[in-house]
Structures are given as structure tokens and as C-alpha cells.
Design a protein around this ligand. Structure first.
Ligand SMILES: [Zn+2]
Length: 388
């Protein structure tokens, strides 16, 4: 099968983040096994989703993991001019379809190169690591990365996450943590503002605390120029509360996210926020004993990626991608999760993130060609005795 045929097949599975991915993962499994390679599924507890990993080549240390996700984002509310789940060639050098770029294009390159990987005399192995639920918070990444560490007797050295980067090596990614804060005050006539505790007024105070905390990070010069913006950001994106202008709100909540540069520890900031909340509770319970602030995870934190420019993986990715300019990204990916398992990790894949998650998502055909070129070069590298 050509890379375009495989991509068309992958796009035809409308597997959204959060949904069962068994249809696409079983197709991938059968495809890989038809080339004589054993695969391992890493199922979720409910058994309706699974990641897949496999090794091509010898069971020796120092191999390279190629990682991709099998889920995509929804198409609802977007104005598609083609069927999003049918890869469409409009003759303009682009292949349209949901996931064509993010990131079934890279997965298709891996699978299309599989016959050559099998045929090659690899001195170091290649691993495929395909996950689910990446688009709803990189939920399967940690377990998959851990499974690769524990299921094999040997240890891979590198991980390449094939998110669309126009084949540029990406060495940094901000960590992302999304939280929900719920404030319980007491209702009453708006004139009783000093006798009741308004959940809205208190939410405002907490939100301002968060903004001030971010500004303090900047003031303290906690900056990493590889990122835009160079500081960790704290942002409240949704606020809800109250029922009428003349009623003191007994409930309010807000959703916020913390996008952290590698030097900042997200948990420390959350702990400081929690300490401030406890202080506010103590104070306001003198007015209303039932006053409560509760913060919960919207989804688990996705760790940052902080690969150093002189790490071996950077050289490897530069050589096989043909691109030498290092970049960082602000989007979430599984890269930090693979790095946390001890693999030297970089993001590098075909297609542009500018096309991801939108209507009429596409991958340029020439990007797929570049992706295949990268696979070819990787096979050459790993077939050489000198590879380290
Ligand atoms: Zn992606």
C-alpha cells in the first residue's frame, strides 16, 4: 500500500478523542502483523480503547520510538467542503480530511515504511507507539510510554513524536494543566452584601490572584526565550455564576489553564493557590460558615518537554528530517510524557499545525514525501553499525 492509500484508510475511521478507537487500532494491528511483526495492545480499563506498540528489528538497547495518536478532533460546527472522513485529492497538491495532518499523515508514513523496515538489516530497532485520547488531554501517553519501558527487555533511547511540525525538530513544549474552581457562597438580597458571601465577588478575587501570580513570574524573570510568550501563562477562560443582578450569588465557578515553561513547577503554583483559598475560606467562614472553595482537575497535567539542543536526539532528528532550525510549540503533545519515561524526545512530523483542528484540514502531498524521506533516512541510520 502507498502512503496515500494508507492515509485514506486511516482517515476513514472517524475516531474522535474520547471515543473507542478499537476499529482503527485493529486495522493497524492487522496491517503490521501481515508484515510478520508482533504487536502488543495496551488497553484501557473498560477495554473499549487501546494503544499499540511493536518492535521492528533486533532486541537491543538504543532504538527509536515513532509515536503517533489515532484519534482526531470533532468536525461539528466546521464548514467542510468535502467529507471529512474521506481523504480527498482536489488536484491542488493537498489531501483533505480530518486527521490528514494531525496526525494520521505521520502514522501513514510509519506504516508505509514498514515493509522497508522489515527488509532492512536494522542494527538498532524501531518501535511504533500509537495511542488514543491524545486530543482530549494526552490521556494514554504515560501508560503507553511506560509499557514500552516494561514490556521489552531492552531499552529504547529515542522517541520521535510525529506531530505536524513541517518536519522541523521541536525540542520544547509547554506543560499544560487545566483546572476547575468551584466557589460556594451564600445567597441573599443584593443589599445584604456585607452579611452574605458572594461567590462571584470571591471568584473575582481568586481570578485576580491568578493573574497577579503570573505577573509575579514575569517580574521574577522566570523567562525561557525559546517559547512565545517566554513565561508561563495563567488564564481563566470560562466563568459562570449568579442568577440575577439583585441576588447575591451562592455559586460560581471558573475554568483556568496553566501553560508552564519547563523551569516552572505547575504543582507549586497550584499549591500556593490552594493555600490562598484556605486563607479566604477561614476569613469568610466568619460571615458564612458554609463557605467553600474547591479546585479539581479538568484533566491530568501534561508535562512540558525540555530537550537540550546538544542532546543526541536533536542531532538524529536534524539528520533524518533535513531541517536544522530548532523550535518550540505551545500545543499539548505526548512528547513530555515520553521524555518523563527516560527517552530522549523530539517532535518532528509532516504537515503544518496551522492546518490542524480546522475545517478542510489537509496535508500537502510534498509533506508526505518528506515524511517518507525521513523514514528512509531513519532506516539507513539504524542499519549502520556506527549508529549510537
Ligand atoms: Zn496531534
Amino acid at each position: 500500500m502507498t502512503v496515500e492509500n494508507i492515509l485514506a484508510k486511516l482517515v476513514s475511521f472517524p475516531v474522535l478523542g474520547g471515543e473507542s478507537n478499537l476499529s482503527i487500532i485493529h486495522w493497524i494491528k492487522e496491517y503490521i502483523e501481515s508484515h510478520g511483526i508482533t504487536t502488543t495492545l495496551v488497553p484501557n480499563k473498560e477495554g473499549n480503547k487501546a494503544s499499540l506498540h511493536c518492535r521492528i528489528g533486533p532486541a537491543v538497547d538504543g532504538g527509536v520510538i515513532l509515536s503517533g495518536h489515532t484519534d482526531v478532533v470533532p468536525v461539528e460546527g466546521q464548514e467542510w467542503t468535502t467529507n471529512p472522513f474521506e481523504l480527498t485529492d482536489k488536484g491542488d497538491g493537498k489531501l483533505y480530511g480530518r486527521g490528514s495532518c494531525d496526525m494520521k499523515g505521520f502514522v501513514a508514513c510509519c506504516l508505509a515504511a514498514l515493509p522497508d523496515m522489515v527488509k532492512a538489516n536494522l542494527k538498532k530497532p524501531i518501535y511504533f507507539a500509537f495511542s488514543y485520547d491524545e486530543e482530549v488531554g494526552c490521556l494514554a501517553g504515560p501508560e503507553l510510554a511506560r509499557a514500552i519501558n516494561t514490556d521489552y527487555t531492552e531499552t529504547p533511547k529515542y522517541a520521535i513524536i510525529g506531530e505536524p511540525s513541517l518536519m522541523e525538530p521541536i525540542v520544547g513544549q509547554k506543560g499544560i494543566y487545566i483546572l476547575e474552581t468551584y466557589v460556594n457562597g451564600s445567597a441573599g438580597h443584593s443589599s445584604r452584601i456585607k452579611q452574605e458571601v458572594s461567590a462571584i465577588h470571591e471568584s473575582m478575587r481568586l481570578i485576580l490572584w491568578l493573574e497577579n501570580r503570573m505577573n509575579k513570574l514575569i517580574e521574577d524573570n522566570r523567562l525561557d526565550d525559546r517559547f512565545h510568550p517566554p513565561h508561563s501563562s495563567i488564564h481563566v477562560g470560562l466563568v459562570n455564576g449568579g442568577i440575577a443582578p439583585n441576588v447575591i450569588a451562592d455559586n460560581a465557578h471558573f475554568y483556568w489553564d496553566l501553560r508552564s515553561i519547563p523551569m516552572d513547577d505547575t504543582q507549586t503554583i497550584v499549591n500556593e493557590f490552594e493555600a490562598y483559598c484556605r486563607q479566604r475560606e477561614e476569613e469568610l467562614r466568619q460571615v458564612f460558615p458554609g463557605f467553600k472553595i474547591e479546585t479539581i482537575e479538568n484533566h491530568p497535567p501534561v508535562p512540558p518537554l525540555d530537550t537540550k539542543a546538544n542532546d543526541d536526539v536533536v542531532d538524529l532528528v536534524k539528520r533524518i528530517s533535513g531541517k536544522s532550525k530548532l523550535n518550540t510549540v505551545a500545543y499539548a503533545a505526548e512528547a513530555g510524557q515520553f521524555a518523563n519515561e527516560g527517552f530522549q524526545t523530539a517532535i518532528c512530523g509532516p504537515g503544518s499545525i496551522a492546518q490542524a483542528h480546522r475545517a478542510n484540514e489537509f496535508i500537502a502531498k510534498e509533506e508526505l514525501v518528506k515524511g517518507m524521506k525521513m523514514m528512509e533516512k531513519l532506516i539507513d541510520e539504524l542499519s549502520a553499525n556506527s549508529f549510537e
